[in-house]
Design a protein around this ligand. Sequence first.
Ligand SMILES: *Cc1c(COP(=O)(O)O)cnc(C)c1O
Ligand code: SF4
Length: 363
Amino acid sequence: MTRALTKPTAVLRDGKSLVAAGLIDQGARAEADAVARRYAVAVTPAVQALIDPTDPADPIARQFLPSSAELKNQPDEDADPIGDDAFSPVKGIVHRYPDRVLLKLVHTCPVYCRYCFRRERVGQGEAPLSTPEVQRALDYVRARPDIWEVILTGGDPFVLSSRRLRDTITALDRIDHLGVVRIHTRVPIADPDHIDDDLVAALSADKAVYVVIHCNHARELSTPAVAAIRRIVDAGIPVLAQSVLLKGVNDDAASLEALFRALVRARVKPYYLHHPDRAPGTTHFRPSLATGRTIVDGLQGRLSGLCQPTYVLDIPGGHGKVPVAIERAAETGDGAYVLRDRNGHLHDYRDNVDNVDNVDNGS
Ligand SMILES: *Cc1c(COP(=O)(O)O)cnc(C)c1O
Ligand code: SF4
């Protein structure tokens, strides 16, 4: 297979363009088109540049190039794997936890990840929220003082024009009871040049704005991506990362170590490592939970704490996220514990009796 020699400039969305770019063989074209008819496909120039088409196990290709395995559904898979729909009181809002809501303004992304947990919704032609719909969603937030944080997600909020983004951030900034506006995006990886001065200026607010990038492999942190992240951080906006544990992409200790170190070096704090959700046609991406727990446990204590995200699973059916790492502290009763250190050695720990009191856990 030969690689197109010119610098890629177009977003690839079907078998024909993927073949022309040298990313898939002619023989895989029909299959790619069959997948593209079912789920959105988009491979940006920045992502094309990361793919090594001579490597059949390329971890970037695996995340973005369609595969016929996506057309196989398993009985445990669900079009709404984390139960968003049941928690959507008005269009665009998902309100599952008391203090925070998702605000989904758009249902498109610059790239489409083959394991996407919202693949039945994103890239399926659903229009962005209209101006009145955005107003109704903002009214919902305004009317509820318990909401402390609004998380812009989708779809990718950074596909909005800087003007619309700025208007939304400004409207949120004016809601007194909000403490934080968080934005989930893959744009710094998928289209780093899009993070320009206008976009960064649109994020300026009196409230804390956090950006959470989605990044799964150290190689995604290209020079342009790191520069894009730097522009955000230099504007005083903390950047965190969420990663998904994916079979054939990063499901080994060395890949995760390289990823988390590369993120921290790029000024990004790894926030969550997600166990993949049971979205349709994504079985080939899901390691067992036992495998995930063993891999993650191996990182504990070996890497800087800065490089340790929380390993979480979204409980199918809408029950929320839970940490799923192997426990290193086991309660043995009466304030006594056994703690397991990074070398596997066990240590007793006992609370001072004066410290054993009733705990108010807020619930
Ligand atoms: C993941 C998620 C959040 C954010 O949860 P954090 O643990 O605060 O990152 C908020 N609302 C919904 C519905 C979610 O799925
Ligand atoms: S960026 Fe997020 S929402 Fe968009 S395709 Fe990837 S996983 Fe799905």
